[in-house]
Design a protein around this ligand. Sequence first.
Ligand code: FES
Ligand SMILES: [Fe+2]
Length: 363
Amino acid sequence: MPFLRNCWYVASWSSELASAPLGRRLLDEPVVMYRLSSGEPVALSGRCPHRFAPLHLGKVIEDKIQCPYHGLRFNSAGACVFNPQGNGATPKAVHLRAYPFIEKYNALWIWTGDPERADVAQIPDYAFLADSRLARIEGYLHSKANFELLTDNIMDLGHVDFLHAGSLGCEATAKAKTTITRVGNAIHCDRWMANDRQGPLLSWLFGKEGRRVDAWVDVIWNPPSLMQLNFGMTEVGAGREVGHEIPNVHFMTPETESSTHYFWASARDFRTDDAALSKQLYEGVTAAFTFEDKPMIEAQQEMMGTTDLWALKPALLAGDAAPVMARRALAKLIEEERANASPVGEGRHDNASAQENKSVFAE
Ligand code: FES
Ligand SMILES: [Fe+2]
């Protein structure tokens, strides 16, 4: 399936990006990212138009990226501004694609579709990710699986009781009272788990180890693959308003059809100065994602091969309602996008470069 292009994807956390180039394949396009001396982030096509060297292996010199192979230099708009060879001509068509690229909520967001349509207002509100009053942890994982399998994993938390037994797992999630609603393009999947035990890691975090509690986990999906997950706990019968809630995000960005960049973060409003707690929590969550979710989802992808999920006629369980709604909503948006316009692609630039190079040699 093609990717939705006219939307924002997370390309990196703010903390990952400095003045040195960072290379990542995003939606099957090589991208190089770096910061200007002003701190402003830049995202350019990551493949040199000369002999296609990976630009992230190059250097940033005076805010320009220099190709590591023959030394062409490009500015932040993607224009070639220095050519060490021959008469030093810098043909206009030898340029890189510059992507709309913005920093918001401690993340860097890239738009690989029509730049004219890039609208920052399309990013859902994740203000808690930038709220300095909260203690925040974040992580990145690479996964050898299609991004929709990772979306399914968050939208159907029925796996928690089994895959995460001993860490996040409990016996309450699969049988939780679940409500699914659509709000515009967003899909909300709310689970309420009354008078039950929660998994060891979360019970410990909320200071309720070994006790029965009322708990909830509300997930909001926004296209293309952005999820906020709010987990909360309170005393049995006390009501949500007196409990505590921790907001989390799970942002999936396709690397290729069969691999994904997985960005996650969590913020809490209690024991915010407790660095040891943050460290333990980070290690606990990272272990669950790395040693429990990741191997299962990668093995699932291997079992499916390159066959589409629907072609395999999957059995559908109650927990599949929300992930199936998200898959259908995304497929519809992709269909509409393809029907309405063709996105700007790299090919157009490469052809233009080849044309102009021809004329340079002919002179
Ligand atoms: S491959 Fe980049 S300058 Fe030659
Ligand atoms: Fe999981």
